[in-house]
Design a protein around this ligand. Structure first.
Ligand code: C2E
Ligand code: MG
Ligand code: MG
Ligand code: MG
Length: 298
């Protein structure tokens, strides 16, 4: 990421704009260039999905993965999504990019499940724009059909903010997707302006506890209590919980002991290209904490 990081550090050095108007012009130009390059990235085959395993904390089985978009820029190298997704959202490009991601992820989910990796659920990130500017449920239905992917092989990850600026359209789209058999997850749970009422109002299957909470479960008493409270709410509402950003054995052991069902993070694997995921062992039980192992010991 070195080249790309330098490039974006320059581009987003907001404080300098006031003092160096030349930089402002250069930066605006760079953004325009990047926008038009992003527009053509798909057809130039510069986009790729990487996948990060989701692991059952019950028995260590790899039960799914999250698809994460990668842009391999010819000059800048790997551009991190935290940098280009925002541009794609601002310009509306995310609608086309998002459809490319959906199609590609469904193709992979169909391939993996047909090849005996079953059942393996692929999670796909969605932006609010994708709900506003099209009939999302229809788009997803067409893509599932084209790729011979079953609805239960995918999960859609949305953020809390989407539910907050709800205009009725979001609820309709989510309900329709849900009735098709597609599951819905709240990503980065706990970091938005949480209005807990939406947990009951919207059709939600899964909560993904944000990495910032997981980081604090071992080091901070309040962090641990917060995660236990989230697990308890989810249990009462019948929702499944995924812990994201799990990096240590201690974090995984805490989560397994408190009934969190799934974990995702560098402890298990970084996001990797499709072929590398398919080559991984299907089970992370050996040396990894699971509630099964904890019960056997206790
Ligand atoms: P996210 O959906 O919350 O994805 C999880 C991010 O955390 C990924 O970053 C992943 O690489 C990173 N991560 C996973 N495990 C660990 C860990 O143990 N430690 C640390 N430090 N990080 C971990 P990534 O791939 O850079 O993606 C960043 C964000 O970009 C995503 O956050 C998501 O909001 C967005 N994004 C990525 N792909 C897409 C896409 O296809 N569509 C949309 N709309 N957004 C996407
Ligand atoms: Mg996500
Ligand atoms: Mg997340
Ligand atoms: Mg997050």
């Amino acid at each position: 990421y070195a080249d790309a990081a330098m490039y974006f550090a320059k581009r987003s050095g907001r404080n300098n704009f006031r003092y160096y108007s030349k930089d402002l012009t250069a930066s605006a130009k760079q953004r325009l260039t990047l926008e038009s390059e992003l527009r053509r990235a798909a057809e130039r085959m510069e986009l790729e999905l990487h996948y990060q395993p989701k692991v059952s904390l019950d028995d260590g089985a790899m039960v799914g993965s999250e698809a994460l978009l990668r842009w391999c820029h010819p000059r800048l190298g790997m551009v991190p999504p935290t940098q280009f997704i925002q541009i794609a959202e601002d310009t509306g490009l995310i609608v086309d990019l998002g459809q490319w991601v959906l199609r590609e992820a469904c193709r992979t989910a169909a391939k993996w499940n047909a090849a005996g990796m079953a059942p393996h659920k692929v999670a796909i990130n969605l932006s609010a724009r994708q709900f506003q500017s099209q009939n999302l449920a229809g788009v997803v239905a067409d893509i599932l059909n084209d790729t011979a992917c079953r609805p239960e092989w995918i999960e859609l990850e949305i953020t809390e903010s989407l539910l907050l600026d709800d205009n009725g359209k979001t609820l309709d789209a989510l309900s329709e997707l849900r009735s098709m058999g597609v599951s819905i997850a709240i990503d980065d749970f706990g970091t938005g302006y949480s209005a807990l009422s939406y947990l009951a109002r919207f059709p939600i299957d899964t909560l993904k506890i944000d990495r910032s909470f997981i980081q604090s479960v071992i080091t901070d008493h309040y962090g641990a209590e917060l995660v236990k409270a989230i697990l308890s709410i989810a249990r009462s509402l019948g929702q499944q919980v995924v812990a994201e950003g799990v990096e240590t054995i201690e974090q995984a052991a805490f989560l397994a002991a408190h009934g969190c069902q799934l974990a995702q993070g560098f402890l298990y694997s970084k996001p990797m290209p499709e072929a590398e995921i398919a080559a991984l062992p299907r089970n992370f039980s050996d040396g990894y904490p699971t509630s099964k192992a904890l019960n056997l010991e206790g």
